[in-house]
Design a protein around this ligand. Structure first.
Ligand SMILES: Cc1cc2nc3c(=O)[nH]c(=O)nc-3n(C[C@H](O)[C@H](O)[C@H](O)COP(=O)(O)OP(=O)(O)OC[C@H]3O[C@@H](n4cnc5c(N)ncnc54)[C@H](O)[C@@H]3O)c2cc1C
Length: 461
């Protein structure tokens, strides 16, 4: 029987679902899958994006863990595609590759002052509070008044993590350095700005509602934002999600405020203009133009300029994929150009045989974890049907790629190593009654994983 040796690069939900779907699919060939992941821990943005105080979503990890724990997928952690292993290497050892490398960069917000000291991308901050090993351990939390630009769920995560009292995060898996950092924060006011009105936000109701449940934080809304035009009224009447969002906001408008030590302000109809310099290169204020509904569900400028004094600004205007060496890339959209997961040359649109994409790097950084499953089904369907186009590897044996990594001194981690790290984190949390405490430094993650696991390459991290 023919055997498909498949490499998957990226062990986030998209990569793990793709492997699972292929293994369970009806097919006329055997399959052997190797999953390469640049971090010593799997699960991508479920571990390093989803906020620590969202244990229900983090729980998706249990389903992903069940897939890996079956033991029919080999995982090579701490192996970065483009550095430790290249496309030529993959062609030498596999019949095909699926890239599921996600998106970790911040999309740009092109306004004057966005590069000032004190202006940050949401993705960087998210990586910090979720204990990503590749970001600094400390985060400058010196601002009393902070702007968050964006009206999607990531903006809500950032605003909530900034406004929430750190002791209320203790039952979660936040790393110790993050708890310590947040304890130093003198924040009193977090301002969230969106260009459009309450009926056009991209928040989901559950995530929005959570803001109103924060201990000792007042929700502040302005009456002027609720003078709905006909298009907004129609949206509230016809769309269940918008209706619930409106209901939540209307309840907050009726609440007594003034007692809490922190405030979370939601500003609608605010188009970013620039970030004001304090004279020494630091953020001093955020300026925006007030917009109004244009009657068709969009907005137009009013010419009225407003300014809010702040000392830090976070832009949460979307994520963006990163190029991978030797792999086609669409730099306008931050994705690997593809048709239903089959990778294409960006100029000629011709098919690149043997190369596939799935997840956020395939269709852009939108959608929930569940969407990566349907996405993976589409891509896997093509992998199965394209058998005639698979590569013919010179060394397809499973040991050959292990020998390659070891010859390069790559300190890879494996499934057993991940179990060791996982158990170590759970044990760290136990005395404090916490689900886990994440290990943050990469070298510590690697050395715990490799302590008794079967990976034998020379530790270099
Ligand atoms: C802040 C934030 C909060 C979110 N909250 C939720 C939520 O509450 N609920 C929900 O359903 N969805 C949420 N999402 C969306 C969800 O995280 C994504 O839908 C999902 O993670 C996308 O999966 P993916 O596998 O395509 O990418 P990722 O999860 O990003 O996984 C990609 C993997 O590839 C690896 N990789 C990248 N480059 C390389 C390389 N060169 N070599 C080897 N490995 C590499 C990365 O390390 C990573 O592990 C959130 C997203 C963000 C950003």
């Amino acid at each position: 029987m023919t055997k498909l040796r498949l490499a998957i690069v990226g062990a986030g939900p998209a990569g793990i679902y793709a492997a699972d779907i292929l293994l369970k699919a009806e097919r006329k060939f055997d399959v052997s899958i190797d999953l390469f992941e640049q971090l010593p821990a799997p699960y991508g943005l479920v571990r390093y994006g989803v906020a620590p105080d969202h244990p229900r979503i983090k729980g998706i990890i249990n389903a992903l863990r069940d897939v890996l724990d079956r033991g029919d997928i080999r995982i090579f952690g701490n192996v970065r595609f483009g550095v430790d292993i290249t496309l030529d290497d993959l062609k030498h050892h596999y019949n095909a590759v699926i890239f599921s490398t996600g998106a970790v960069e911040d999309a740009p917000l092109d306004i004057p002052g966005i590069d000032l000291d004190g202006s940050y991308g949401a993705a960087e901050f998210v990586s910090w509070f979720d204990g990503h090993p590749d970001v600094p351990r400390t985060w400058p939390l010196e601002a009393e008044s902070i702007a968050v630009i964006g009206n999607g769920n990531v903006a809500l995560d950032v605003a909530r993590m900034l406004a929430k009292h750190p002791e209320d995060l203790l039952p979660t898996e936040i790393p110790a350095n993050v708890h310590e950092g947040l304890q130093q924060s003198p924040v009193t006011d977090v301002h969230v700005f969106g260009r459009r009105g309450p009926a056009q936000v991209k928040f989901t109701p559950l995530e929005l509602r959570e803001l109103g449940e924060l201990n000792d934080v007042d929700m502040i809304l302005a009456d002027e934002d609720f003078d709905y035009d006909e298009a907004s009224k129609a949206a509230v009447a016809s769309n269940k999600q918008v209706m619930v969002i409106d209901r939540v906001l209307q309840q907050w408008r009726k609440r007594e405020t003034g007692q809490a030590s922190r405030r979370l302000h939601l500003h609608f109809y605010a188009k970013p203009l620039d970030v004001v310099d304090d004279g020494s290169g630091k953020v001093a204020a955020f300026r925006y133009e007030r917009t109004r509904p244009d009657g068709q569900g969009g907005v137009e400028g009013t010419g009225e300029i407003r300014e809010v004094p702040i000392q830090a600004l976070y832009r949460a205007v979307g994520y963006f994929g990163s190029p991978l060496p030797g792999v086609p890339f669409d730099s306008r959209h931050g994705v690997i150009p593809n048709h239903e997961g089959k990778v294409l040359h960006p100029e000629s649109n011709e098919r690149v045989p043997g190369v596939y994409a799935t997840g956020w790097i395939k269709r852009g950084p939108v959608g929930l974890i569940g969407h990566t499953k349907s996405d993976a089904m589409e891509t896997i369907g093509h992998v199965i049907n394209d058998q005639a186009d698979w590569w013919a590897p010179a060394e397809p044996e499973e040991e050959a790629v292990v020998a390659l990594l070891e010859s390069r001194g790559v300190a890879y981690t494996d499934l057993e190593g991940w179990h060791l790290l996982d158990q170590h984190e759970i044990a760290l949390g136990e005395p404090q009654g916490r689900a886990r405490i994440k290990v943050v430094p990469r070298e510590e993650m690697v050395s715990i994983s490799r302590a008794q696991s079967s990976g034998t390459g020379t530790p270099s991290a």
